[in-house]
Design a protein around this ligand. Structure first.
Ligand SMILES: Cc1ncc(COP(=O)(O)O)c(C=O)c1O
Length: 390
């Protein structure tokens, strides 16, 4: 099997699996005061320290969650629900992940005013457009992707955070697609922003970097004002009550450390594989077009997102799957019905084009053989799908 959907989820790292199973076999609630509980507590807090080091923040700022969707919900809903009186607007760039889009839509139904920011043709959030949106009267919060999970375009997160700091507005960054693939430091991005403004929250997910599914974190600045979603025992600064997943935290910490240690070398290796994949596809399918930033330095190293004119994504994915290749259209697929990608449409592309894209994403276990497999299959698959009579 050739797996080229690492942005959806990636292989569990063996080192993380080992720690996960080992810690899961131990008994003790990290909130209990007896010896077993305190042993669990030590493992938990040491894991939090290691995660904090990988994320460039203080351990107290790491709120463990079940993954990216929960982190984003806690950040966006939490900021909205703790807004000051008279502030009712949320700055929302186009092309965000559904975790964000649908959360903001739910808040809009409760009265939030959405201030959109159009993307440029490469899928980047323009800093001036973001600043202009932040200047809107009553902006309670802003959110933005560090890197777009579909087309792979990397935003200037430092400039977006600075704009939010200048505007005095709290910003959440969704780093789910970026963490482990790009250098990332919460403290550096937060800079010297005033309390409660600038970057205050950052989302990451374990299963995107080789930790178990069901692990994740929201980094929450000490000075952030954030209302919890889940109430109960008051764990994790009261921001996420509930017995903590010590084994998950330990495995997540190991995966995060390894991902960060390997990041630069992996970016170079995956970037080279990705560039060969893109140029090979374009040699075989003349009309194929790379979407997102054409400059390799401006996109996630393992992301190749291509438009195949006249070829519906599902049909192409079906033929690739038959050739043993797993890729994706990069769009949400609800009840088996493929939706045209809202991200592709946010680049100014038509609905038909948004239904004719394939996202190939590479990761730790990707090899030259995976690229070879796609190159061997793509030309014939494209002809069969785009010219069915031939
Ligand atoms: C950018 C981005 N945000 C949020 C999420 C949601 O994360 P999870 O699948 O861990 O809930 C994803 C998952 O694909 C993502 O790519």
């Amino acid at each position: 099997m050739h797996y080229l959907d690492h942005a959806a989820t990636t292989d569990l790292r063996p080192e993380a699996a080992e720690v996960w199973l080992h810690v899961a076999g131990e008994t003790g609630n990290a909130s209990s005061t007896h010896g077993a509980g305190q042993h669990a507590r030590r493992i938990l807090e040491e894991s939090r320290e290691r995660l904090a080091a990988a994320l460039g923040c203080d351990p107290i700022e790491v709120v463990l969650t079940s993954g990216g969707t929960e982190s984003v919900n806690l950040a966006v809903q939490g900021l909205w629900r703790s807004r000051a009186e008279g502030q009712d607007a949320i700055v929302l760039p186009d092309g965000e992940h559904h975790a964000t889009l649908d959360t903001v839509a739910a808040l809009a139904a409760e009265g939030a005013r959405v201030v959109p920011v159009a993307l440029d043709a490469a899928g980047r959030i323009p800093v001036d457009g973001f600043s202009a949106a932040l200047a809107t009267e009553g902006a309670a919060a802003a959110t933005a992707l560090v890197a777009n999970n579909e087309v792979g375009t990397v935003n200037d997160a430092a400039a977006l955070a600075e704009a939010a700091s200048d505007a005095g507005t709290p910003l959440h960054l969704d780093a789910v697609a970026a963490f482990g693939h790009l250098p990332l430091s919460f403290a550096a991005l937060r800079g010297s922003a005033p309390p409660g403004a600038g970057l205050v929250a950052l989302s990451v997910a374990g299963h995107k970097i080789g930790a178990p599914t069901g692990t994740g974190a929201l980094v929450v600045a000490r000075t952030a004002r954030l209302a919890p979603l889940v109430h109960g025992g008051g764990q994790q600064r009261g921001l996420r009550s509930g017995t903590q997943d010590v084994a998950g935290a330990a495995a997540f910490a190991v995966a995060a450390e390894l991902a960060v240690a390997e990041q630069a070398a992996e970016a170079a290796r995956l970037g080279a594989l990705r560039d060969r994949l893109v140029s090979g596809i374009r040699e075989r399918v003349d009309s194929a077009e790379l979407l997102g930033d054409p400059d390799p330095a401006g996109r996630l190293p393992g992301n190749a997102h291509l438009l195949f004119p006249g070829a519906p994504s599902e049909s192409l994915l079906f033929l690739l799957d038959q050739a043993g290749i797993s890729a994706s259209a990069g769009s949400a697929c609800q009840a088996g019905i493929a939706e045209p990608s809202h991200v592709v449409q946010a680049l100014g592309r038509s609905e038909a084009e948004a239904r004719s894209v394939i996202r190939f994403t590479l990761g730790r276990t990707s090899s030259e053989a995976d690229v070879d497999a796609v190159l061997a299959a793509i030309g014939d698959a494209y002809v069969r799908v785009s010219h069915p009579g031939r």
